[in-house]
Design a protein around this ligand. Structure first.
Ligand code: 5AD
Ligand code: SF4
Length: 444
């Protein structure tokens, strides 16, 4: 039995795919790189914007054709899209056999065994997967919570992934220890809103530390002591990014000083319509605090261009906030109306050209600032986690503690290398391995 899994979307989805692979391997599946050779194809989808939905739809069209030609193909639509009416309609239209939303993927094996069109109920007492650490990999993901209790008006995630459910700290620590034992040198703690880790499902009340649910700040300190040299986390919400978290990062050497703090917009009027629960001043104050405690922090963000009703003045405020914060990097999106979200129900979308023009201006600014920020690293030492070879001959690819993409001269082994930055572009640091350290070590 051969399976092929296609994954779209966020790191949570990658983690889910990894978990599903180990479940499938457990019942005898092997994995192939093309759906042409597979008996089972799973499409792990993302529904956060229109583009990944279109991609899934195109692929389902191809799979339907393949299935008609040879008959013996089981198709599964899993992940966020499967949780939505839009996905259910698509499932029927493309003759999909298995539908599983992200809240029910623990049901993957029974679903395959039954193998007919079906949906599973959302599992609020979600059991978490604890897949074995990836073999030979230097980095790993570790889910600490799922779902989101916020209600940003543009966002489909609270519908697809449900309310927040946190995983017991002891399970998290056990998994982190297993990763450390397996030689993993970087772990990313995952969740839609990791900062609010430890809330009781349903009530949203903070659980007691004695019950095994410390605060996120405490959890960071605990994971930081496990012995994995790099600990990261995504993603954060500014309203929950409190001083304790900043202090925990500052006090815990293993925690990377890379902070992804999505702002979405620099205009108070737009933030209010997005129901982001904070103002521009509140956000800037968080940044000030980060810079005070972590002067060397690398900061990135998410921004949406063209939210309904965003005026030119609103957009100028986003640009001015961007300049003020001096982000090292950013993820920018054109607003994409999602069926069933409050924004789609209450606000009128605007012409795509306006959104596209704004995104292009934002991208220009981001490029200019990233280049300036990256050039400041030239001639400075960075720690590069090499993952493997780079496209160009004789070069390796990795990333710094600050999450910069780093290209480093030489065919280096995967793992941590000390390097000096020789040249910078807006999205890369080109480095040379710092040999002095090796020489120092060899004289000791
Ligand atoms: N349109 C555009 N971008 C969106 N995001 C979430 N929902 C939408 C949407 N409907 C972006 C936000 C979020 C990131 C993961 O995706 O910026 O932080
Ligand atoms: Fe979506 Fe907002 Fe929750 Fe992030 S915090 S997942 S943007 S609702």
């Amino acid at each position: 039995m051969r399976a092929h899994i296609v994954t779209y979307g966020c790191q949570m989805n990658e983690y889910d795919t990894h978990a599903i692979r180990s479940e499938l391997a457990g019942i005898g599946y092997s994995f192939v790189d093309s759906y042409k050779e597979a008996d089972l194809v799973l499409v792990n989808t993302c529904a956060v914007r229109g583009k990944p939905v279109e991609k899934a739809q195109t692929l389902l069209g191809e799979l339907r054709k393949e299935k008609r030609q040879r008959g013996n193909l089981t198709i599964g639509l899993i992940g966020c899209l499967a949780q939505l009416p839009e996905g259910q309609r698509m499932g029927k239209r493309f003759n999909v056999d298995i539908m599983l939303g992200p809240g029910a993927i623990t049901q993957i094996v029974p679903a395959i065994e039954r193998g007919r069109f079906q949906s599973f109920e959302f599992d609020n007492e979600l059991r978490f997967y604890s897949p074995p650490p990836p073999t030979g990999s230097v980095s790993a993901h570790l889910t600490i919570m799922r779902g989101c209790n916020h209600r940003c008006t543009y966002c489909i995630v609270p519908t697809t992934r449900g309310p927040e459910v946190s995983r017991h700290a002891e399970d998290i620590l056990n998994e982190a220890r297993a990763l450390a034992d397996a030689g993993v040198v970087e772990v990313t703690l995952l969740g839609q809103n990791v900062n609010s880790y430890g809330l009781e499902p349903g009530t949203g009340v903070r659980r007691a530390r004695l019950e095994g649910y410390p605060s996120f700040a405490e959890l960071l300190r605990m994971v930081g002591r496990v012995g994995i040299p790099r600990v990261r986390f995504v993603t954060s919400h500014p309203i929950n990014f409190d001083d304790d978290i900043i202090e925990a990062i500052a006090d815990t050497p293993a925690v990377c000083r890379y902070i992804h703090l999505p702002v979405q917009s620099g205009s108070d009027r737009v933030l209010k319509r997005m129901a982001r629960e904070y103002t521009r001043d509140f956000y800037l104050n968080r940044i000030k605090k980060i810079r005070e405690f972590l002067p060397d922090a690398v900061i990135s963000t998410d921004i949406i261009a063209g939210f309904p009703g965003e005026t030119d003045e609103d957009f100028e405020e986003t640009l001015s906030l961007y300049r003020e914060v001096q982000y090292d990097m950013s993820y920018m999106f054109i607003y994409s109306e999602r069926e069933g979200t409050p924004a789609a129900n209450h606000f009128d979308d605007m012409p795509r050209e306006v959104k596209a023009r704004r995104l292009a201006r934002l991208a220009d600014l981001a490029k200019e600032i990233s280049l300036e920020r990256n050039q400041e690293w030239v001639n400075h030492k960075v720690e590069v986690l090499v993952q493997g070879p780079f496209d160009e001959e004789g070069m390796s690819l990795g990333h710094t503690r600050g999450n910069h993409v780093a290209v480093i001269a030489g065919n280096l082994d995967p793992g941590i290398h000390q390097a000096v930055v020789a040249h910078a572009t807006p999205n890369r640091l080109y480095c040379i391995e710092a040999l002095e350290d090796a020489m120092l070590d060899s004289t000791v």
